[in-house]
Ligand binder design. Sequence first.
Ligand SMILES: NC(=O)c1ccc[n+]([C@@H]2O[C@H](COP(=O)([O-])OP(=O)(O)OC[C@H]3O[C@@H](n4cnc5c(N)ncnc54)[C@H](O)[C@@H]3O)[C@@H](O)[C@H]2O)c1
Length: 346
Amino acid sequence: MDGYNEEVHCPFCESDDVTLMSLFGSAQLVRQFYCNKCKSAFEFIKWTEHSQGEEEVSKVANHRNEAGVVGSGTMGAGIAQVLAVCGYNVILFDVKEEIVSSSITGIHRRLDRLSEKNKLTVEQAELAKKRLRPVTALSEMKNCQFVIEAAPEKIEIKKEIFMELDKHCIEEAILATNTSSFSVTEIGSITKRPEKVAGLHFFNPVPLMPLVEVIKGERTSGNTMRKLTELGREIGKIPVSCSDTPGFIVNRIARPFYNEALKIRNERTASAEQIDRIMKKAGGFKMGPFELQDLIGIDINFSTTVSVHEGFYGDSRFRPNYSQQRKVQAGQLGRKSGRGFYSYES
Ligand SMILES: NC(=O)c1ccc[n+]([C@@H]2O[C@H](COP(=O)([O-])OP(=O)(O)OC[C@H]3O[C@@H](n4cnc5c(N)ncnc54)[C@H](O)[C@@H]3O)[C@@H](O)[C@H]2O)c1
């Protein structure tokens, strides 16, 4: 750290109670700090241009960049993790403190694992942990540039969240939904800023899956689409823009994949294990349809099918399957509940 230990003040609250988290680069030295007072992460860049005889200058590279994530379950936790690793101060909401705390513990565990595998440095993992702030009030999102909602796939829940966010968030904030199947237009219309509402549909597990669908509602502006596309790229994803149709692209194609597999199992033509094995061996899929339902959450998968079916006015190609509903009614939701088509109780 020689030569870089001069006093540093937080650019947001002026406090000098800051911790140097990491230092990297050569011609351009980047020092990442964490402010212990206002809990912001920030960077200083020092350009060294001795060849041109210029003096070193240092400047603030990052302004406070807050992003909100609503719902800290399977998807919300993954989205929060990716945003925090990429430098966002993440405000993570859930309905109960114990839920959001346990989600943060899970993210910490995954970040530690990534640093053990040398996918992140210890400093990067520690910095990402410090960027996560758990909350149980949506009003805490008031300064966020972006809020991504990943609450359960229930339209009434989503509408209520968007009404609240619209009330609390700064005017320029973009509000995105991770819905798998609902109309982004319908969700946006509940707010006074439909031009700033869009879909941002990630795939599970978020840190590993490269694709993100950016969905344009009828009233979503081009600027909102551009900003979300940029955000997608910034966090290392491949954004694909889609129009607001039931199931968008991937979930629409995926419905028959799950439904036909359920029918084959119900007819006893093949078991879940056999179907999964065949799809992996013969089809080259990483996971079979039953393993995938367990990973996604059978409740989430079922709600998505119901919604796509309704969205296409009852088109029989998308008709939900009773046996999937039975799993939901039995509380056998997949990995998250310890049992789905397979057992995870060890
Ligand atoms: N699971 C997947 O593979 C997947 C993939 C893509 C998109 N999605 C979509 O992401 C969203 C979330 O799915 P998930 O799998 O993370 O669900 P999940 O059940 O794992 O998590 C939902 C979280 O929302 C919280 N919650 C409940 N009521 C809430 C409320 N009123 N306000 C805010 N949060 C509330 C729950 O406590 C829970 O932590 C859904 O819209 C789903 O369709 C899921």
